[in-house]
Design a protein around this ligand. Structure first.
Ligand code: PMP
Length: 394
């Protein structure tokens, strides 16, 4: 059986990691893979996570199964973190999932159960794994216009024009904040207009929120999701705790499904539980438990928020420094958008040839579509990157 398998193309970002590892230059800079790194290039365990782990080690008396949904306390904590009071929580079902990716996968599974003919709409570009999973599941995929390559901002008119093709029963995937890979985001007003269109079409929105707290702040980054929850009759939300709690390998995500009425919730929740049972039975607990402990403890929560805020402000500072440096070197405002982008990434509009030349000549590794991980920089490496970009990008 196994001999019938065909080799699969390697993941581009993982390939880039290998190239970086093999580059002997000690001046090399990795702006590829999507993890947060501090100024020393490290991804430390957050203080509140360490403290919660210590507490857990001391107090946990059993490792028996929790529930198919994961511990309901985790779902409640995530509803409060992401949705706050934008919706009656009795209308929202929730399951713990293996990472944000697991939540996205389960959201597609749910949509497929509800409408086997569903078309999933994704932004052009989007996180490549969205499209990969949709295709792997045999679902239909359409992309909607999103990024204007010339200005490196959102082309909202083009986006609305392409979303006119959405049909009743379709699923429209939106990034809740900190768009990956571009860094360019909709305004709250624009999210509202997209919501109106989704209502008009009779479609459902799926919000992927993987960077809450990395853009404008914890509350601000959830504002679009909350607006959608308050306007739309139904909503799916796939949240990841990988970045904002720094627990990447613990695989901690949550799928929330908001039904039109609280009466519908038991069936929605039961279907979510069923989907967990079919795909992996009980979801992982460790990361979810840490998140629940942190969010339900004032001291741990305050410390987590303070550390997350340091992370966010550090990235904003690097954005500003890079935009200023490029303004000085190019004598133009062409790269001002870098300071306006939010989150861990910016797509800077360089051609694949320019990206390659920056890699070869300067040992600076960004993804082929010119996505760079801002957190891969520090105040000393920003001038090196600015010099490379100013020299190579014409
Ligand atoms: N959505 C987006 C847009 C992402 O960038 C990521 C992580 N790269 C995820 C979801 C999923 O993250 P994870 O499965 O690691 O929680």
């Amino acid at each position: 059986m196994l001999s019938t398998l065909k080799p699969r193309p390697a993941d581009k970002i993982l390939e880039l990691m290998a190239l970086y590892r093999d580059d002997p230059r000690d001046t090399k800079i990795d702006l590829g893979v999507g993890i947060y790194k501090n100024a020393d290039g490290e991804t430390p365990v957050m203080r509140a996570v360490k403290a919660a782990e210590k507490q857990l080690w001391e107090t946990e008396t059993t490792k028996k199964y929790t529930a198919l949904s994961g511990d309901p306390a985790y779902g409640d904590a995530m509803k409060s973190l992401v949705l706050a009071d934008s919706v009656d929580h009795a209308r929202v079902g929730a399951i713990a999932t293996p990472g944000g990716t697991g939540a996205i996968r389960q959201a597609f599974e749910l949509a497929k159960l509800a409408n086997p003919d569903v078309t999933v709409w994704t932004s052009n570009p989007t996180w490549p794994n969205h499209v990969s999973i949709i295709k792997f599941m045999g679902l239909k995929n359409e992309s909607y216009a999103y990024f204007d390559e010339a200005s490196c901002t959102v082309d909202f008119d083009a986006m609305m024009e392409s979303l006119k093709g959405v049909k009743a029963g379709d699923l429209v995937l939106l990034h809740g904040c900190c768009h990956n890979p571009t860094g360019a985001n909709l305004t709250l007003e624009q999210y509202g207009l997209v919501a109106d269109l989704i209502i008009e079409k009779g479609a459902t929105a799926l919000v992927d929120i993987a960077y809450q707290g990395f853009g404008d702040g914890l509350e601000e980054d959830a504002a679009a999701t909350r607006l959608l929850a308050s306007k739309l009759p139904e909503l799916l939300v796939a949240a990841s705790c990988s970045k904002n709690f720094g627990i990447y390998r613990e695989r901690t995500g949550c799928l929330m499904a908001m039904s039109e009425t609280a009466e519908q919730t038991p069936v929605t929740q039961g279907t979510l539980n069923f989907l967990n049972r079919q795909n992996y039975s009980f979801p992982p607990d460790h990361g979810a438990r840490l998140v629940t402990m942190i969010l339900n403890d004032d001291v741990l929560k305050a410390d987590w928020m303070a550390e997350l805020e340091e992370v966010r402000l550090g990235m904003l500072g690097l954005r500003q420094q890079l935009a200023d440096e490029l303004k000085r070197l190019t004598n133009s405002d062409r790269f001002d958008f870098i300071a306006g982008h939010r989150g861990m990434f910016s797509r800077i509009g360089a051609t694949p040839e320019e990206v390659m030349k920056i890699r070869e000549d300067f040992g600076i590794y960004m993804v082929g579509d010119s996505r760079m991980n801002i957190a891969g920089l520090n105040s000393k490496t920003v001038p090196l990157l600015a010099e490379a970009v100013a020299k190579i990008c014409k």
